[in-house]
Ligand binder design. Sequence first.
Ligand code: A2P
Length: 319
Amino acid sequence: MESIDIYKVGLGLWKLPESDCADIVYNAIKIGYRHLDSACDYGNEVEVGKGIARAIEEGICTRADLKITSKLWNTYHAKEHVELALQKSLTDLGLTYLDTYLIHFPIAQPFVPFETRYPPEWIFDTESDSPEMVIAPVPLQETWQAMESLSEKGLVKEIGICNYNSGLLNDLMAYAKIKPAQLQIESHPYLTQERLIKLAKSYNISVTAFSPLGALSYLELDMAKQSESVLEKDVVIKAAERLNKTPAQIVLRWGVQRGCSIIPKSSNLNRLKENISIFDFSLSEDEMTAISALNINKRFNDPGDFCEAAFNKFYPIYD
Ligand code: A2P
């Protein structure tokens, strides 16, 4: 059995309600989580910071034991806004540095001052008669250079990207002076992304899979149907029976065993424990292959769909 790398399972903080967030973060650290996946856009960084501070104050862990990620929102891509955005996240989280700072989407939008709205989300003018998402002409190379300077100043230990495709990644590698340490992408058995993961590995970039349980994250947003849950697939259920684990543990184990980090979110203490208890068993090669074969290239988190449906703008980033 491989050695346990507790950082391979992080707590995803997207959609954790503000009211419970500090307690969930604190409890997650208490039961062993050491990797937290935050973002400006999740709107709960102040609460996340409170949970972290309580855990550190109580001596459950030190700051150095934690790996904390946050993400640069679309409205802060211009070079003069990147450090401002990082400092806001650091202040909200109550931290002096981040372990990892990622460009959240390869999508640049016009700047929205903190006083106007925070987090700014997708719509530019929420008061307008026809509110819509607006795009700003900021090249990703400019944003990356500003990310590099955060790293040079020691404000972040690692920099990286989310939601990039192979073309953007190849391009980034051509101009990056400081290479990306991490790529975060949607990946689960219905969207295995084998080529992109192989490419990232060839560049020595570690891959973090978000929404590792697939459809589950999107049910509450009406972006998926219960029937799309991978937990009900025969191969998953059979492996769960063989190993005396839950279907969720099987799918999460598959995510880690294929070499990715995963960041499942849960607001429930039992499920938090379940999701981190995946290092005392392994899937057979046949089980790994059968779960990978569920792939149907189904993307639940696709700006090409939700920006048009919800923000009045057709703006695909994947073909
Ligand atoms: P809950 O917060 O009520 O536990 P993802 O991380 O892939 O985005 O998925 C998160 C979704 O999956 C949430 O709706 C979460 O609900 C649910 N979830 C998290 N862990 C489990 C689990 N072990 N079993 C079933 N559902 C889970």
